[in-house]
Unconditional design. Structure first.
Length: 263
């Protein structure tokens, strides 16, 4: 009897693997509205509440348009913590992640594909928030190009921050742990220029804000609205994103490596 030849799975290629994982993640979005609806409700709530409560007080600060000041905050609420990390947990608990790990698919693509989908999602989420700002009367000094950069900066921040929930998902495989990962963002935002410009802050909070990367991210986004093109301010904002990214993506990659070798 002739010996049957051994059939080996053929690698599709790294980019094809990333595209396949991203497509699967994007196709699952309509079946998971609870992942996107809160991401729109929360920023609208905070924008309306902050502007309504503090706009009269902010008029005492010369040259401050408080609606424009709060719009980047609303965008960060929309894009931060939005990820498909809970999908990773589901795949781990069902054994699907382990089955993927023994295929020729690139391990890195299992993470990057989800992050590509996340980036598309957070940029899309920033659009309704921008429209809300326009309805409220916010206008960009930098014009349409500044608006595009504004959305991209917010999207890149949202993408970078997903490293934290992915690291938690891959390390713990726990949906509860992933669900509370958004709480990591609150110290970033509330100990920064959330309510007041940096020059108006005093005490220990002003000191903490000096070292908070979100301070420089918000300054960069606000400059696109109110000050026009400020290269130094924009560069500081991008460097702040990169600094957080080194930590978050590093943690996610380490957790992915640990999960892939644990099976």
């Amino acid at each position: 009897m002739a010996t049957q030849p051994t059939i080996h799975a053929r690698k599709a290629g790294f980019l094809a693997d990333v595209a396949t994982v991203a497509e699967r993640a994007l196709r699952s979005l309509p079946r998971d509205p609870e992942a996107t609806i809160p991401a729109l409700v929360i920023p609208v709530f905070f924008f309306v509440m902050n502007v309504g409560a503090l706009q009269d007080f902010a008029e005492n600060i010369p040259g401050l348009d408080y609606k424009a000041f709060q719009l980047p905050v609303a965008v960060l609420f929309a894009v931060t913590g939005v990820s498909r990390a809970i999908t990773v947990v589901t795949d781990i608990q069902s054994g699907y992640f382990d089955r993927l790990s023994i295929t020729p698919v690139s391990r890195l693509s299992l993470l990057l594909g989800l992050m590509v989908a996340d980036f598309a999602m957070v940029v899309a989420l920033s659009i309704p928030v921008l429209l809300m700002g326009f309805i409220a009367g916010v206008r960009f000094e930098t014009g349409p190009l500044g608006m595009l950069l504004f959305a991209l900066v917010g999207g890149v921040w949202g993408l970078i921050f997903t490293g934290f929930p992915y690291a938690i998902a891959l390390k713990t495989g726990s949906p509860a742990a992933v669900n509370i990962s958004f709480l990591l963002f609150f110290p970033f935002l509330f100990m920064t220029t959330l309510f007041l410009p940096q020059e108006a802050m005093t005490g220990w909070l002003a000191t903490v804000a000096d070292y908070n990367p979100v301070t420089y991210l918000l300054a960069a986004m606000r400059s696109l609205i109110s000050q026009g093109w400020e290269p130094v301010v924009l560069l500081k904002g991008l460097l702040a994103i990169a600094g957080v990214g080194v930590v978050s993506i590093g943690l996610a990659l380490a957790a992915l490596r640990g999960r892939a070798t644990r099976r």
